[in-house]
Design a protein around this ligand. Structure first.
Ligand code: KG4
Ligand code: ZN
Length: 350
């Protein structure tokens, strides 16, 4: 089976990252921890017409975009195909058809150019984004993971060893944003639209107390989501007006304050000096500000990837690709796409 493993592993390899797990086609080039280019084509505008991601539309959009996006990333990086040391691609989790476009493209590209292939777990990509934000970042630290499918506090022991301190027992925080957005009549994608509306509202609508446990790290978002839905429906049924911006603002605070609290608590308990964060929800301005303030107050260093590297992008895939390259973990041509990868596997093996 074809598997290209480099004879000499470079200290700072040039890695092409490819991401196609949902509705964003991304390609990026990094050299060591330096970002040379970051390209993205999104089908979100078309998906918005349907109120969410239609897998078949996403797959077709990836097929149309991928060669152009990769080409642009290579050109903008100022390199040639021959300069690439490895191709890193998201193999899961995500929409199977969408993932297959990226994986097939990356395999063909690596094979044709005789380059090593690296299979990257999407969530590990979100976690790795912080290493490019701060080149001096080294574990151990505590990480807040907040995306459309995951919500967790992790103790990052090394670049490839994680301990799950706690996670959501039901919905992920991003999922809650998307569902509440629908109830408020906001377009897909819900998260950024809730944030925009929340900026014009006040935190005055009572929200249920979030799960605090006895100092534990678990979260529950289904109760909060249901409370918002019930509030809106009851008001509508009674024919009463309600302020959507206030609902958005109150929901946003309830959903995000708890993440900040638990991340800081985790850092204190694990006795680390640094907190990192990753995942689409970390693009939220309220969360970023609250985390910054809380970490400052607790004397913790905070490494927050730029917003564009929190939502889905190929640079984070290249970043995790770099860690895997240094570990010598290369894939072969049997590499397949995987729709689902449990968090336990993600933090165990990647
Ligand atoms: O990490 P991501 O781009 O994809 C997954 O791997 O899931 O996260 C997407 C999630 C969506 O639920 C989206 O609504 C949420 O991140 N999101 C936000 C914001 N931007 C994206 N949530 C709150 N505020 C935002 N600004
Ligand atoms: Zn993601």
């Amino acid at each position: 089976m074809y598997q290209f493993t480099p004879n000499i592993q470079k200290e700072n390899p040039i890695i092409l990252g490819i991401e196609s797990s949902c509705d964003e086609t991304g390609a990026s080039v990094i050299c060591g921890k330096k970002i040379l280019s970051d390209e993205i084509a999104s089908s979100a505008d078309i998906q918005a017409l349907y109120g969410g991601v239609v897998p078949e539309i996403a797959s077709r959009a990836h097929t149309d975009a991928i060669a152009k996006v990769v080409d642009k990333a290579i050109k903008n990086a100022g390199i040639s195909y021959a300069d690439i040391d490895a191709v890193a691609v998201t193999y899961g989790a995500g929409l199977l058809g969408a993932l297959l476009v990226g994986v097939s493209f990356a395999k063909a590209f690596a094979y044709a150019l005789n380059k090593p292939l690296i299979a990257v777990n999407h969530i590990r990509g979100h976690l790795a984004a912080a290493y490019l934000q701060d080149e001096s970042l080294k574990p151990p630290f505590v990480t807040l993971l907040a995306s459309g499918g995951h919500t967790a506090i992790l103790y990052t022991k090394s670049e490839s060893e994680f301990e799950l301190l706690g996670g959501t027992l039901d919905d992920a925080v991003g999922e809650a944003f998307d569902k509440v957005a629908r109830v408020l009549g906001l377009q897909y994608p819900g998260g950024p639209n809730i944030e925009r509306l929340a900026n014009t509202g006040k935190n005055v609508v009572p929200m249920p107390k979030m799960l605090k446990g006895n100092g534990g790290y678990n979260f529950s978002y289904s109760g909060l989501k249901t409370a918002v839905i019930n509030y809106c429906h009851t008001k509508s049924q009674k024919g009463e007006e309600y302020n959507k911006a206030d609902v958005a603002c109150s929901f946003q605070s309830a959903a995000l304050d708890i993440l900040v609290e638990k991340a800081v608590q985790g850092a204190k308990e694990k006795n680390v000096t640094t907190v990192t964060a990753g995942g689409g929800v970390v693009a939220n301005g309220y969360l970023r500000e609250a985390l910054t303030t809380a970490c400052q107050k607790a004397g913790l260093k905070l490494v927050l990837p730029e917003k564009r590297y929190c939502t889905d992008n190929a640079t984070m895939i290249a970043a995790e690709g770099l860690l895997q390259y240094r570990l010598g973990n290369f894939a072969d041509m049997r590499q397949n796409a995987k729709a689902s990868i449990p968090l336990s596997v993600t933090i165990d093996k990647g």
